[in-house]
Design a binder for this molecule. Sequence first.
Ligand code: 2HA
Ligand code: ZN
Length: 275
Amino acid sequence: MNILEAPFVKGFIRMCDDGFNQNWHERNGGNLSYRIREDEVESIKEELAWDKPWQPMGTSVPGLKGEYFLVTGSGKYFRNVALDPEANICIVEVDETGENYRLCWGLVKGGKPTSELPSHLMNHEVKKTASDGRHRVIYHAHPANLIALTFVLPLEDRVFTRELWEMATECPVVFPDGVGVVGWMVPGGREIAVATSELMKKYNVAIWAHHGCFCSGEDFDLTFGLMHTVEKSAEILVKVLSMGSGKLQTISPDEFRALAVDFKVTLPEEFLYEK
Ligand code: 2HA
Ligand code: ZN
């Protein structure tokens, strides 16, 4: 099969376009990765090449040995992915030690996989285990309202989770585990990857203070939808805070508990504290 005709590649490209159209990907901001299923790798095998050298990935992910990933390129623009996928995205294979990768397809005009490869792969490794293999998508974006909140809310999981839940009734249903927050750190390296993947053991959403957000999910719809829901909620909170009078009413802890029963989700009590 032509790689560009493969449904997972089409879904990946559409998600890049959707993210750009949300204004989450200025310039080269953000990155996306997909852990390719074995049958999907099989379906495009004629178009892959294994002649490129192995390169150190800057971290170790033994849980992903032998896996293939579709990822955006470092310095590439989401805006250009749909116009010229072969030049802006790539497929990489992880070696048997889980410490090196090689380029098997794409980036035909040169380049490397995303600068956030360590965070993507460490998140994939954690999520593969935590979800019994179901999670395949890791998405990093720069949504403005969520970033704005990291300047005015305490950088605590319990505060971000509760405030975002209160802003839209669907939120606790869409992210019942809550959201994690990483304080400001230098992006692109192993240290921020370790901190993020630690949060991903518990959450599907990790916010990077003054930078952006990582989401994990089973497929493109769920992962894009998660980012979209979190950012919509952040937008409402920014509006509420901007109106100046504060909240006159909101959703109470007991109302969240009632919602959890009807929608069959478990909401951890740590987020239902009295204020
Ligand atoms: O430029 O978003 O975090 C890509 C990024 C780095
Ligand atoms: Zn970023």
